[in-house]
Design a protein. Structure first.
Ligand code: NAD
Length: 462
């Protein structure tokens, strides 16, 4: 059933990681909740077109790499045969399981789930249009906006079968012989790695002078060294000045930092140059809600907008556009809506790039410390000194601790290497608990594991 209720205590607009987490928390706290999203079940971009399908495909890429590299340790496989239909079905089964689970939880918590889109008529009323084309008005006491973000396109360029964004790439319609990835950020490198493993000749073009702008260069070097063996080329300080679809190819004109132009042809082009918040077409002009110049909704520490009873969370409420930041904000907004004392004040929000190797960091980075003139000292432990990395045949990583220059206080932690995304959780907890280098040094880490690289790095501080 897809009925628009006339009234609700709390309406949540958007059922991604922000929206569904807020809805579950608010329902647990006793509020009557209406959750609105066009998809058949909660999940949002993260589950349907983002984090989850990309991680499923990155797992496939990892398997392919491992079969290729294991000959070096005496285990030989013939070239893997990719059954693309089965890969796509498996990825879709993963999505279905997860979104199905969220749907069941929504039912159990007696949420009203409406498949549709909304516009604010005023600061207490939404006009709701269902996917069945029915329209109705919903009166609410409080609202949480969680409409997320969407991929940016190059100006004047339309997505098509050959010019795709992350959504198109995750559909996995086919494996192009040659793929140009525009943007050497999170999405470009993750999805570029997937297509390279599936057999595409991948070129990456990045406008700035390094991959993953903003990330510490010593971590990026670990990734770049390996990536260079997997992709055909990485072109830095290079811009796309023209994209033209021709019969069966896309003709691309690239310009380097000297202004020299060069034309190339690719079977497909993936645009991964960032995302923008979905703050348009919501009728926000009918409320007092304010936007930043980048289109994010301005919020306070409780995620309240300029309309105190309307909250905003997740990608629409500002950077970093990460699902786990949305979860954190969701709980704060739901608790504040339920009258509890709550504030969004994390010491660290981890970032993970799920490439091979993974790169993960939390808290202060060396790049930020330099930009903000904060005096720090660092301890860097190269992975070749750790037993577990050698037994995995992967000693190319790096674990780095960042401490205050004049005390033993830990300010940041960063890891480049397989499993970095799991290892960083220890760093986040350490920062939340205000740990010192000595705390890490005196914590007994299991042997032989990659987590010992954190302990070893702390040992280097003495
Ligand atoms: P991004 O901001 O990470 O990277 C975009 C890259 O494109 C940048 O390096 C930028 O310099 C480059 N660029 C911009 N315009 C360009 C142009 N015209 N030509 C060449 N290069 C250009 O953005 P993204 O990779 O699209 O990801 C968007 C957001 O999604 C990220 O900010 C991140 O928050 C989120 N995300 C996170 C994960 C994760 O947590 N693992 C994965 C995917 C996406």
């Amino acid at each position: 059933m897809n009925t628009i209720p006339e009234k609700t205590q709390l309406v949540i607009i958007g059922a991604g990681p922000g929206g569904y987490a807020a809805a579950f928390r608010a329902a647990e706290l006793g509020l009557s909740v209406t959750l609105i999203d066009p998809e058949v079940r909660p999940g949002g971009v993260c589950l349907y077109r983002g984090c989850i399908p990309s991680k499923a495909l990155l797992h496939v890429a990892k398997l392919v790499s491992e079969t290729e590299e294991s000959a070096a340790i005496g285990v030989k496989f013939s070239s893997p045969k990719i059954d693309l239909d089965r890969v796509r079905d498996w990825k879709n089964e993963v999505i279905k399981k997860l979104t199905g689970g969220l749907g069941m939880r929504a039912d159990k918590l007696k949420l009203t789930y409406v498949r549709g889109t909304v516009r604010f008529k005023d600061n207490k009323t939404l006009t709701v249009k269902t996917v069945d084309d029915e329209t109705g008005e919903l009166n609410f006491d409080q609202a949480i906006l969680a409409t997320g973000s969407r991929p940016l396109m190059l100006p004047g360029v339309q997505a098509s079968a050959r010019i795709i964004d992350s959504t198109g790439a995750l559909e996995l319609a086919g494996v192009p012989k040659s793929l140009l990835v525009v943007g050497g950020g999170y999405i470009g490198l993750e999805l570029g790695s997937v297509y390279a493993a599936l057999g595409s000749k991948v070129s990456v073009v990045e406008m700035t002078d390094g991959l993953l702008p903003g990330c510490d260069r010593d971590l990026v070097s670990v990734l770049k060294r390996r990536l260079e063996k997997k992709v055909a080329e990485i072109l830095l300080s290079t811009k796309v000045v023209e994209l033209k679809e021709q019969k069966n190819v896309v003709a691309v004109t690239l310009e380097d930092k000297k202004g020299e132009r060069n034309s190339k042809r690719f079977d497909q082009v993936l645009i991964a140059i960032g995302r923008r918040p979905n703050s348009e077409n919501l009728g926000l002009e009918n409320t007092a809600i304010k936007l930043t110049d980048k289109g994010f909704i301005k919020v306070d520490g409780q995620q309240r907008t300029a309309e105190r009873h309307i909250f905003a969370i997740g990608d629409i409420a500002g950077e970093p556009m990460l699902a786990h930041k949305a979860y954190g904000e969701a709980h704060v907004a739901a608790e504040a809506a339920a009258g509890q004392k709550a504030v969004f004040d994390p010491r660290a929000i981890p970032a993970v790039v799920f490439t091979d190797p993974e790169i993960a960091w939390c808290g202060l980075t060396e790049t930020d410390a330099r930009a903000q003139n904060i005096k720090i000292r660092t301890a860097k432990f190269p992975w070749r000194g750790n037993g577990r990395t050698l037994t995995l045949g992967r000693d190319d990583g790096l674990t780095k601790l960042i401490l205050a220059a004049d005390s033993d206080r830990l300010l940041g932690i960063a890891v480049a290497g397989p499993g970095a995304g799991e290892l960083i959780a220890e760093g986040v907890l350490a920062l939340e608990m205000a740990a010192t280098g000595e705390d890490l040094r005196k914590t007994i880490h299991p042997h032989p594991t990659l987590s010992e690289t954190i302990f070893e790095a702390a040992g280097m501080l003495e």
